[in-house]
Write a protein that binds this ligand. Structure first.
Ligand code: C2E
Ligand code: MG
Ligand code: MG
Length: 721
């Protein structure tokens, strides 16, 4: 392993630092400080140092004070220190030695002597430094220690941990730490800094445990320690800070985070390596979680893992025994309410465990490679189904198939899909392919290529679970998918988060701008459906319309829609007018005019109107608002609406009094579509309202309104009725 030690030169004279740097540059990483104070700050900021060359006479903090300070700090007390000074008299020498210096060099420096002395110290001290707080001899050190960190190596840890557990009168624990994405650290900063990061973690562990526990590094970025349960609990606040990257002494500009798995020792006779395995199992369950940083091993966990293993063993047999089957979940078009496609979802009818959902076994299949067979099985079932439908002479709807990220990039997989289509004499349009957004993280380049290949073969691609992962909207520009499937998470959030609707609306609009269709997943209530429909989402999938159903049920559903020429009951989208005016009589005039055709809501000021809008916006076709009102006037209401993406699209007609040209201009500039003036001329008012409503309810409402808005800013103002 490439391993250069770090030397810190502490001297107030730049020339002296330069000389020493010149001597040691090729052998050490050099860090420099102009006085004791600066040196201390560097150490405390996490810079890892193996040897310090220390001047005695310096401003701010002299060498003695510095030495005194670092020897009191656990993290630094084992660093080798060589004192250098112009004149070291006996008294100073004794003092330096008493304070823990390892050797001296004097100025002017003689290169050969300086090198020799430092190398002696390094040989002698660096290894004893690794002994940390434990007293062991040189030979033992080499055989019992991890050279990089100085911690116990795995074998001696097992032995020491066993003794610790047996001697302890309290309940003990074994905990495993693993650094998140340590590979990235090495890749970004190089293995030398990566090594330092690991040494720092080792130091942190030693600082935490003191003499109340022991620790080891088992693999590259895995640390294991043993202590008492009670002591671990007292350490938890500190450990939490380390795990979440709030307290790490790092030589790199990177937030290092860790996960921890813990095993409580119930049977002290169990081999320590088994205890470590169990702590590791607990860690594996949270490895990918951002929020959960530590987990305890439990019997339930063990059972789950055994169950998983059982399933893995049974999988292949299950396919032969035809225990897998496919269900179909209808996808409904919002505009027509009819089933426009479906998603094929796999199920496992286990003879003992009952029906198992793919959330359980698909990840296992991805691990053992069985997913290649399983996805093709689903594909074939879908092809068979479509062929049966065509043979019966009915029109088919496309069915989407989930393609695991493992299969998506494999060219032989796409060849097999094409083979299946050929065998069942189907067009690529009979199916659609879903790939989960998470795959983007694996390898964006491969994913883009795979999407391109599939599209060249005329397949439609859906991006599944959009918005569930870490990927950004930006990724959409790299991926030319046909349809976005918006993750259920957003739908769940609609009820609790004010921002969720804004985000959802932006996604739908953005998909439109990019010529992509949208499917919202996990829609369970009518309210969610209506909201999504009014936001312009193309299709809906979710329990509100149907759970996943068998192929017979699905066929029946399609037949029902076909035969009865089924016209579903659709929500009454935007058939309400909101009138906002503080004058009751003026509200009554317009209400009277509109009430036959529209449901009319009334508000006496902008504030009241805004509350009504937020709860009813999906059904409101038009707002007619007076410009002069108490609390929130018409202009302020327009401004408030503009902050909400889904409100600013609702057309507004502003009411002014005749002769208020300036007000009219302001209203039009802020987005009002029309102006009507008091006192009302009923036939003109009717026409103006009628025009705006026609426009707002026509198919491409959004675009037209936008165009009109753009024009409005240039319209001559001051029109009166
Ligand atoms: P997915 O592709 O996102 O599928 C949607 C999941 O949401 C399905 O779960 C479906 O039953 C569920 N769902 C649909 N509507 C609602 C709703 O209104 N509320 C709630 N709470 N859930 C709803 P399922 O069938 O358990 O599938 C889970 C995941 O397993 C799928 O997520 C997909 O990623 C994977 N999967 C399913 N079948 C296959 C397959 O054949 N191959 C592969 N590779 N993965 C599959
Ligand atoms: Mg899916
Ligand atoms: Mg999904």
């Amino acid at each position: 392993m490439e391993q250069m030690l770090t030397m810190m030169i502490v001297d107030d004279r730049a020339i002296d630092r330069a000389i020493l740097r010149g001597i040691f540059l090729s052998e050490y990483n050099i860090v420099e400080a102009g006085d004791g104070d600066e040196a201390l700050k560097l150490l405390r900021s996490g810079v890892h140092v193996d040897i310090i060359l220390l001047d005695i006479f310096m401003p701010k903090m002299n060498g003695f004070d510095f030495l005194r300070t670092i020897k009191k700090e656990v993290a630094f007390k084992d660093i080798a220190v060589v004192v250098n000074s112009e004149e070291l008299d006996e008294e100073n020498e004794v003092e330096a030695l008493e304070l823990g210096a390892d050797d001296f060099i004097t100025k002017p420096y003689n290169q050969r002597i300086v090198r020799k002395r430092i190398s002696n110290v390094v040989n002698k001290v660096i290894y004893t430094q690794f002994k940390m707080s434990h007293q062991i001899d040189e030979l033992k050190f080499v055989t019992q220690r991890d050279i990089l960190t100085g911690l116990y190596n795995r074998e001696s840890f097992y032995k020491e941990a066993r003794e610790f557990i047996i001697k302890s009168s309290e309940k003990c624990i074994i905990a495993v730490w693993n650094v998140d994405r340590f590979k990235v650290v090495n890749e970004l900063f190089g293995s030398r800094l990566g090594d330092q990061v690991l040494r720092n973690i080792a130091h942190q562990l030693i600082d935490l445990l003191k003499d109340k526990g022991i620790c080891t590094r088992t693999e590259a970025d895995s640390f294991v320690f043993c202590t008492t349960k009670e002591y671990l609990e007292t350490l938890m606040p500190k450990i939490d800070r380390i795990l979440t990257g709030q307290d790490h002494r790092s030589p790199i500009d990177y937030t290092l985070q860790l996960h921890m798995g813990i095993y409580e020792v119930n049977d002290p006779d169990m081999p320590v390596y088994l205890m470590c395995d169990r702590a590791d199992m607990a860690l594996q369950t949270i490895k990918d979680s951002y929020l959960v940083r530590s987990a305890y091993y439990s019997e339930k966990l063990k059972e789950d893992i055994l169950n998983e293993q059982e399933l893995v063993i049974e999988m292949e047999q299950a396919l032969a025994k035809r225990e897998f089957f496919v269900v179909f979940q209808p996808i409904v078009e919002t505009k027509t309410g009819r089933t426009s496609s479906a998603e094929a979802l796999i199920r496992w009818k286990h003879p003992v465990k009952g029906t198992i959902n793919p959330g359980i076994f698909v990840p296992l299949c991805e691990k053992n490679g069985f997913i290649a067979i399983l996805d093709l099985f689903v594909c074939e079932e879908v092809c068979k189904f479509q062929r049966e439908q065509l043979n019966r002479g009915v029109k088919i709807v496309p069915i989407s198939i989930n393609i695991s990220r493992i299969n998506f990039y494999r060219t032989e997989f796409s060849a097999k899909i094409k083979e299946l289509l050929d065998r069942y004499d189907l067009e690529p349009s009979a199916i659609k392919l879903e790939i989960t957004e998470g795959a983007y993280q694996d390898n964006p380049k491969y994913m883009a290529e795979a999407i391109k290949d599939f599209k060249e073969s005329s397949f439609q691609i859906l991006m599944d679970d959009f918005g569930s992962g870490y990927s950004s909207l930006n990724m959409l520009k790299d991926f030319n998918v046909d349809i976005l499937k918006i993750d259920m998470k957003f739908i769940d959030d609609l009820e609790t988060s004010e921002r969720a609707d804004n985000i959802l609306y932006s996604i739908i609009q953005m998909a439109r701008a990019l010529n992509m269709g949208t499917v919202a997943e996990g829609v369970e209530t009518r309210a969610q459906y209506e909201l999504l429909a009014s936001m312009g989402c193309d299709c809906i999938q979710g329990y509100y319309f149907s759970k996943p159903i068998t192929k017979e049920e699905f066929t029946a559903r399609l037949e029902f829609e076909r035969e009865r020429n089924y016209v579903p009951e659709l929500p009454d989208v935007r058939r309400t007018i909101l009138i906002v005016d503080d004058q009751k009589i003026d509200r009554q005039i317009i209400t009277h005019m509109m009430k036959d055709e529209y449901h009319v809501l009334e508000a006496t000021n902008g504030e009241e109107a805004f509350e009504l809008l937020k709860n009813n916006f999906k059904s409101i076709s038009l707002i007619i608002a007076d410009i002069h009102m108490p609390k929130m006037n018409g202009l302020a209401l327009l401004e408030k609406m503009a902050e909400y993406l889904y409100l600013k699209e609702i057309p507004v007609i502003m009411i002014t009094s005749s002769g208020e040209k300036e007000c009219e201009e302001q209203a039009l500039t802020r987005g009002a579509l029309e102006i009507i003036t008091k006192p009302y001329d009923s036939s003109l008012v009717r026409k103006r309202i009628g025009n705006v409503l026609k426009l707002s309810e026509s198919g491409n409402m959004m675009r037209q309104i936008q165009r009109l808005r753009d024009q409005n800013t240039e319209l001559p103002t001051g029109r009166t009725l």
